[in-house]
Design a protein around this ligand. Structure first.
Ligand code: GDP
Length: 437
């Protein structure tokens, strides 16, 4: 038995989907345990190019069981659109390869409305939400105003519960925002259309996973977004509304006794950030345009241009620590091949003082990047499959990042395709030897 978490080290979009797709071969089950369909994993394999939002990336492998666990924002409407899209591309999705937790809460249409209304009210002070209803959903979940998927099997109780929730939501829509409300008929239609078809997929996935672990099955946990967007310890208030860290897995997966053998922290060879919030190593102007274009940095869900910048050693080391990462998967190294010299943000200057410690979020406003320059390699590295295939300058860059992050770089991705990867099997043990003192 071996379980692994694949988590984001920075702001999200690090290439986690690509790593999950690569690794699912060795796992029986892939689990999404937090977040919703508000971000996206892009996966390229022999079947085509797929943008996954809520479904675990294991859905693209035959024989892999995929779980949407307790902690996800279960958006039936978007889930079905995603399932239909994948089915139209030849992917089989049945209750055998997709299991939805009876303990997951349902994201209703009003969550999306409330998200959009609040962002509009905030105007220039907006959080940069994808308007998928995630913040109102998790707020409602905490104040017990959501309905669990498993309640669908108890129609009488479900109907009573829906009445009270609907009354509350209509009050909020009307009184707080003067927005249009929902009738019970609207919601009954919605439930019939999007929730009823979900029933064959719903079960107690926590029990299913705990049993699978006891039977020695290999389980992969797939996170959404990155450490810096974590609700509790991220760049508050520009966080997401769920916990993006591996430490949330026992709760979000409903598996109190989960054993994690590896925590793979995914990070890009440069930094990107979609949406609002502090991003110290951000570039602007022509350099930013060029990197965005070469790296194709546009959001998988919204198509929004991502903010880009130098690799941020401070944020990355902090992300590694927050995730408890045991190894790093470094993605998109190939994108940097056009650069003569590669800027790296090695510290922050705050009020004239240099620090390599990630500060309390409020201090990030005035932080300036301290930049060092690494030599570029200026050649195509996309066909490299072994560490030795990389030019020396590229190896130096990776080793520099590794030291700064304080964690061994075991995987180096040099292209979006499944096989475009360098795996340094022995790097973890070498690292331990090198850093033992
Ligand atoms: P995720 O949400 O963390 O899975 O990240 P995204 O899927 O939003 O963003 C990663 C993007 O980079 C996707 O379009 C991937 O296909 C692509 N990608 C991942 N790794 C590599 C790589 O090593 N090289 C290149 N050129 N593209 C990559």
């Amino acid at each position: 038995m071996s379980n692994r978490a694949i988590v984001g080290i920075n702001w999200g979009d690090e290439g986690k989907g690509r790593m999950v797709d690569l690794m699912t071969e060795s796992y029986d089950i892939v689990v999404r345990y937090q977040g919703g369909g508000n971000a996206g994993h892009t996966v390229v394999n022999e079947k085509g190019k797929f943008a996954l939002h809520l479904l675990p990336s294991g859905i693209l492998r035959e024989g892999t069981v995929n779980v949407l666990a307790d902690g996800v924002a279960l958006d039936p409407e978007n889930l079905f659109a995603e399932i239909e899209d994948l089915r139209s591309k030849g992917i089989t999705i049945t209750p055998d390869n997709l299991k939805i937790s009876s303990w997951a809460s349902l994201l209703f249409p009003w969550h999306r409305d409330l998200d959009g209304l609040e962002e509009a009210r905030l105007a220039d002070a907006k959080y940069g939400s994808t308007k998928q209803g995630i913040a109102p959903f998790y707020a409602d979940r905490s104040r017990k105003k959501t309905i669990l998927a498993g309640e669908l099997f108890y129609p009488e109780a479900f109907n009573r519960h829906l009445d009270t929730v609907l009354e509350w939501e209509n009050l909020t829509l009307d009184k707080e925002y003067s927005a249009s409300t929902y009738t019970r008929e609207d919601i009954d239609d919605w439930v019939k259309r999007y929730c009823e078809p979900m029933k064959p997929f719903i079960c107690d996935t926590g029990k299913y996973l705990s049993k699978a672990q006891a039977e020695g099955k290999n389980i992969l946990f797939e996170a959404q977004l990155g450490a810096l967007r974590d609700l509790d310890r991220g760049i508050w208030p520009f966080t997401t509304s769920s916990n993006t860290t591996a430490s949330y897995i026992p709760v979000g997966a409903g598996m109190p006794g989960v054993v994690l053998d590896d925590i793979t922290g995914v990070v890009k060879a440069y930094s990107t950030c979609v949406g609002e919030g502090p991003f110290v190593s951000e570039w602007t102007g022509e350099d930013a345009e060029k990197l965005r274009e070469v790296g194709e940095e546009y959001g998988a869900k919204t198509g929004r241009a991502r903010r880009v910048g130098s690799f941020d050693c401070v944020a990355t080391r902090h992300g590694v620590q927050m995730q408890g990462a045991t190894e790093i998967a470094l993605t998109k190294l190939d994108i940097l091949s056009y650069m003569d010299t590669i800027p790296v943000c090695t510290a922050y200057s705050i009020d004239g003082k240099e620090t390599d410690e990630f500060p309390f979020p409020s201090a990030l406003d005035g932080a300036k990047p301290v930049t060092e320059y690494m030599e570029g390699w200026k050649c195509d590295i996309s066909s490299a499959r072994r560490w030795e295939d990389l030019p020396e300058a590229a190896r130096r860059y990776v080793s520099f990042i590794e030291e700064a992050a304080g964690c061994p770089v075991v995987y180096i991705s040099v292209g979006a395709e499944r096989e475009s990867i360098i795996i340094r099997e022995d790097r973890k043990s070498e690292w331990l030897r090198e850093h033992r003192n």
